[in-house]
Each structure stands twice: as structure tokens, then as C-alpha cells.
Design a binder for this molecule. Sequence first.
Ligand code: XMP
Length: 531
Amino acid sequence: KILILDFGSQVTQLIARRVREAHVYCEIHPNDVSDAFVREFAPKAIILSGSHASTYEAEDLRAPQAVWDLGVPVLGICYGMQTMAAQLGGAVEGGKTREFGYAEVRAHGHTKLLAGIQDFATAEGHGMLKVWMSHGDKVTALPPGFKLMASTPSCPIAGMADEARGYYAVQFHPEVTHTVQGRALLERFVLQIAGARPDWVMRDHVEEAVARIREQVGDEEVILGLSGGVDSSVAAALIHRAIGEQLTCVFVDHGLLRLNEGDMVMDMFAGKLHARVIRVDASELFLRELAGVADPEAKRKIIGRLFVDVFKAEAAKLKAGTGGHKGASFLAQGTIYPDVIESGGAKTKKATTIKSHHNVGGLPEQLGLKLLEPLRDLFKDEVRELGVALGLPHEMVYRHPFPGPGLGVRILGEVKKEYADLLRRADAIFIEELRNFRDEASGKTWYDLTSQAFTVFLPVKSVGVMGDGRTYDYVVALRAVQTSDFMTADWAELPYALLKKVSGRIINEVRGINRVTYDVSSKPPATIEWE
Ligand code: XMP
């Protein structure tokens, strides 16, 4: 396995993703772990990430000495390159000019890392790479034993290597997709230079994960909050595979789910997998408490609080034990690796809350239950692969994300049952047609070509005409976006034929809606959801 030391860059997670995509297991840990930790981890190789800080000033942001004592290959990226230079006897200086964005880097000589990797050649025959740069400081003198590996006019030492020791460093970011050969470069480092075996595959991981759950749980019982989302569904399927009847899933139906969603969840888990699932129909409670509340944040808080209350009441019953069950002692959660990194890495934490996402942190302590988190080492795409390996249907595992407060934030202003019912039917039509329409060039459906798509209910009425009569009905907006990280997003350029079909069907089939609009706002400045 590979150790990635995080110096606080916002893209450290991407390094781990690229390494995992090469089917090599890796973990991210803070840069200030102890020497003993590094030795015990016994990495095949170490990657030093970038940082916000400047090496030049930050004396405390160094790699542990063990990194250099272990005798394994090390790759420094951006700040990681600078600290490598500083710690091994080179020199780093604060740059007068910051370099940020696209750059073309010349690859020098033949290092194992860059040999034969290029995007184009200059007229003189120099191999060039198209890369992404983001730095102020730069290395100004190579440490002893190193040779120059890459350069740009403004950054004469943009890459360096000491091949005898297996040390490589680049000033640019191979982990971001803007660096065209970045993936190839990281893959080469972990597979060829470090000699790691590409044996991290989900099929094998199932057996390993099942064994680990059995060992951790023994003959005790487990409660899991099932939401129908990808993470909790995969966690449920995995734990059920491991311990069967010892697992009880609690599915809180807040009445703000998509059309037939509750039934589909029950059908899959209780029906097909024969898992023990308790469905709590709390829709009336939620609607009652939401009556008269129009403010989005107030609605989120109410939904989050009620959700926790209902779940806690159910969990308390299960903890006490019911009908043939002795009582649960574990609470399982579908926490995934990005959640773990985010809550641990205060360094990279976003400062402002644009929207408060409801979370259930602290629940295990309050309930006096031990925590079981079988997905905490996995990225989202790995969770999906695992779901498929466990036999969950493709549509469930590759579903667009759905916010915890559900339709509660897709009905603008006050939530009413009448609105939710209209919205559910309109949204189901939109999603059905997205799955029906294929893009000819790629052969993919528009559902798969968009990252998130949904319908928003606008509680305003507009005039229409239907047959001989005038109508005065509600309006919905369709929203479809493409994004890789949900921090920024572009509205999707859906084919007109698809929009036409959807609007025609909604207006004809959903009595009460007589106008359909398409949202053409990008994020930022708009957000993906309307509330
Ligand atoms: P925005 O609207 O902020 O959404 O651009 C970004 C992503 O977050 C989801 N989202 C939520 N998820 N609880 C959630 O669990 C929430 O309150 C919430 N608000 C937004 C949104 O669906 C999108 O994927």
C-alpha cells in the first residue's frame, strides 16, 4: 500500500483517487504523523501532497524523517517537491510571480518517471507536457544527488529526480485532470517505480470486508439507518451479507421521497435480500411540523431534527430488544472516505456554510451504541463498484444524489402534501425520459450524462389554455447539471427533443401543472438546488 502525506492541499483526495484507479490501495494521513507511524504503515512508496502554505516560511510543515530513512520511493508534488528539496539540502525561494493554471513543461533527459510520456514535441524535438500549475515558491537549487527532470521558462526546476534513491518530484499537479498525462505518471510511479501490485479490486474486497464485519460484530446485533441513497444501501447490503439476521435496517419515510421510492427500497431490501427492515411512515408528522414554514434553512432544521428524533426512538426500541432479538449494540453508518478526510482535515475545511446539510454526527454516543462503518476506506466510485459486486441493481447504485431533506427543499417555500404529490409525478416523468433518451455520439442515456437532474415545484400559478378552457395552474422548473465535484456545475445542454417530450408529458399527464420551464443557471452564482 501507498502512504500519501497531506500537507493541506485541496486536491490531496484526487491523488488517492488516481492511485486507487490504478488498483493500488492507499491512505491519506496528515504530514505530521510520527516516524513510528510511517515505519509501522510499511508503505511501498510515499507521496507528498501540495499545500496552501509556503515551504519557505513553514518550518513545521515537513515530512517525518522516517520518510527518508525507509528506503522506499518518494514522489513530491508541488509543495511536496519543495519540502523534499528543503529537507534534502536543496534550496527553495519565495517566488516573485505566482504561477497558476495551464502551463507547458519541458521534460528533460530520461528519468523512469517521464521517459516516453509527452503530449507533443517542439520543433527541436523536446518532449512537452501540458500541465496544471499552482504555486508561488519554487525550488532554486537541486539537492545533492538530484538531476533536473522538467522545466518551464518561469520555473527552471519544475521537476527533479534522484533515481538511485527512487526520489521524484514535480512542481505541477499530476492528480488533476488538466494535467493530461497525470494519470499515466502517477500510475507509472506506483506500479513501475514502487513496484506495487495492482490487486485492489472490489470483488476481493467483498470477502475481506465481510470477514472484518463478522470479526468486529461477533454475535451482537446491528442497527442501520437506510435512506435509499447509495452509501446506506451498499452498507446495508454488505453488512447483511456478513451477518444476515443480526442486522436490522430502519427506514424513516419522511413523505418527501420521490415517486414509489419507499416501496422500491422495501422491495429491494426486505423483498429481494430478505433483510429485516422496519419502515417508519412519519410523513404526517413531518408535514404537520413543516406547516407554515417557508424559510429554507428553517425547513432543513425541522426535517433534520425530526429525522433524528424518529430514528432515535426506533433505535432505542431495537436496543432494548424485541421479538426474538436480544437488543442491538452497534449502529452502522454509510460513512465513506471523503467524509472521513473532511471531518479529520480541519486544514482543508470550508469556512462558510452556504447550506446546512443535516448530519447525524454524535448519534452513536447519544444512543450508547458502538459504531460500525464498513465503507470508511472507500471512495464513492469504489462504493458503487462494491454495490454492483454485492448484486445491487445498476440503477440504484448509479443513481444521482438526492438531498437528505428530499422534496422539502425542492418545493419552494411552504411544503404541502398537494405540492409534493404534483412534484413527485412531474419529476418521475422527467427522470424516465432522461433514461429513455440516448446521446448518439456517446451511446449513453441523458441520465448518465448528467450528474444530477430533478424537478422543482414553484408555488405560483400561471394562465394556460387547454382544449376550450382556460387553466390557472402551477409551474415547475426542470434542473439538470453536469459537474465533477458539485462545488461548481454547468447546466446541461439537454436536447430540445427531450425537453419537448418532458414538458408535453408533464402538462398532459399531471393535472394541476400547466407550465414547464428549464433552469439555465450555472453554479456559481446559482446553487444546484433552488433552496
Ligand atoms: P447546492 O444546492 O448547494 O447542492 O449546489 C450541492 C449538492 O448538495 C446537495 N444538497 C444537500 N444534500 N442535505 C443533503 O444531504 C441538504 O440539505 C442539501 N442541500 C443540497 C445537492 O442535492 C447537491 O448534490
